[in-house]
Design a protein around this ligand. Structure first.
Ligand code: CTP
Length: 414
């Protein structure tokens, strides 16, 4: 059993995780030695108050985050990576958990949807710049005030009231990624979007502020959503609120009608976040300027172009035909299609992934050379024919393959 710690944390903060508590205390002590106040901020405070585990920690310091991060990494035996532009850094600990370190700052948005310029500031100023009241609380780590909650925007009340509420009217305009975030937090936590916040969010959508974001930032938000257990409900909300239209689509274009039923099948079939993201991409007009990995783009295209193959696959009598039709399709696309396709096509994709794709011939190029075949294109053709024979059950052993190979070579010679 874990003993209850002696210091008086406020009610609602779970302190059962004694390792994490020790880590937080240590961070506070290191801060004091370096002459700075330290705070746990943002998501982990929200999650701890809700009684949810928060493996990664966000720590804010009222001094150089670089110096602080380096010291933490040195004393805890972790690695520190610093991003100068944002005055933030990440310490990766030996158990692969992270402590993100930021310097408390104000943010100024020169134009809607661009990244803000940041200036060092106090914790109170830092909390004002944040997205939602439930994310704008801090828990002090400085030893003499350890556990003190700083909650100038009534985040705790909104947590109890189950509300996602912005701090000010320009929040979605300054940073339209908050449209995605608002939906993500509301769905994840089962909260309502507070009425004025909902009005502001809808206005930002009507005014198409999400379209001003860089593609990187939109895709980042979609990746986060794809990694959530309630991804389907989140995408439903994005569709309902017409966020995709506001972020990507030309006027008047909507999402394809099959998006939600398909996504439901994928979620039910336990598709991984990567596959869900590729599927989402396949329904969006993502142009070349979108920074997507080549494999993801190819897989999304293959999902989109599957129509003609579907009909041929349904007619395929031999397993070698299935193999030939599916071999050029990237594996992630096949994993998606295996969950989406029903009937003969679906069964054949499953057969390909489960069996056919790993079938190999027993004889190799070396055997062909021993049989007198000169290296060249005929090598590949012969091996392909041998593979088809094995897929269709016409050969089962190495001897069968050698016999077939001899027949093929005799035919070539004659
Ligand atoms: N934040 C913000 N506006 C954004 C992104 C982040 O104000 N567009 C602030 C919020 O205070 C947020 C904190 O930065 O809590 C950390 O951001 P992030 O790690 O993205 O969010 P978490 O709240 O930690 O959410 P999650 O549980 O999904 O990690």
């Amino acid at each position: 059993m874990v003993s209850r710690p002696s210091s008086n944390l406020p009610p609602g903060i779970p302190v059962e995780n004694s390792n994490q508590r020790q880590l937080l205390e240590l961070i506070g002590r290191i801060g004091m030695r370096l002459g700075t106040r330290t705070f746990l901020v943002g998501g982990p405070v929200r999650d701890m108050m809700l009684g949810h585990a928060s493996p990664d920690l966000d720590v804010a310091v009222e001094s150089s985050s670089r110096r602080f991060g380096r010291t933490i990494a040195h004393e805890l035996g972790g690695r520190f990576l610093y991003h100068r532009r944002f005055m933030t850094g990440t310490v990766t600990l030996s158990d692969s958990s992270h402590v993100d370190i930021t310097q408390t700052r104000t943010e100024e948005y020169p134009r809607p949807a661009v990244l803000p310029s940041v200036k060092p500031a106090t914790i109170d100023e830092d909390l004002v710049r944040r997205d939602f009241t439930i994310n704008a609380m801090a828990l002090e780590l400085t030893p003499r005030a350890f556990g003190r909650i700083i909650d100038p925007h009534s985040g705790r009340a909104d947590l109890s009231g189950h509300l996602v509420r912005v701090l000010h009217d320009r929040s979605f305009v300054d940073d339209p990624t908050r449209v995605f975030r608002c939906i993500r937090f509301a769905v994840r936590l089962g909260f309502e979007i507070e009425p004025r916040t909902l009005e502001l969010m809808r206005q930002a959508i009507v005014d198409r502020y999400p379209a001003l974001l860089t593609p990187e930032r939109i895709l980042y938000e979609l990746r986060l959503i794809c990694a959530e257990p309630l991804v389907l409900q989140m995408v439903e909300a994005l569709v309902r609120e017409k966020v995709f239209e506001a972020a990507f689509l030309p006027d008047g274009d909507g999402q394809p009608g099959h998006l939600l039923p398909d996504l439901a099948r994928l979620v039910q079939g336990r598709a991984t976040p990567d596959l869900l993201f590729i599927y989402l991409l396949s329904t969006l007009p993502v142009s070349e300027r979108f920074p997507i990995r080549r494999e993801e783009r190819d897989a999304a295209d293959a999902v989109n172009r599957f129509g003609p193959t579907r009909a041929r696959l349904a007619r395929a009598r031999r397993r070698s035909t299935t193999y030939r039709l599916l071999r050029p399709i990237p594996e992630p696309a096949l994993r998606i299609l295996a969950l989406l396709e029903s009937g003969a096509a679906g069964a054949r994709i499953a057969d390909y992934l489960g069996n056919l794709c790993s079938v190999k011939t027993e004889i190799t190029g070396r055997d062909l050379r021993a049989l007198g075949l000169e290296p060249g294109p005929r090598y590949r053709q012969t091996l392909d024919r041998l593979l088809c024979a094995r897929l269709d059950g016409r050969t089962r052993t190495r001897e069968d393959e050698l016999a077939l190979c001899r027949r093929l070579l005799r035919r070539v010679k004659s």
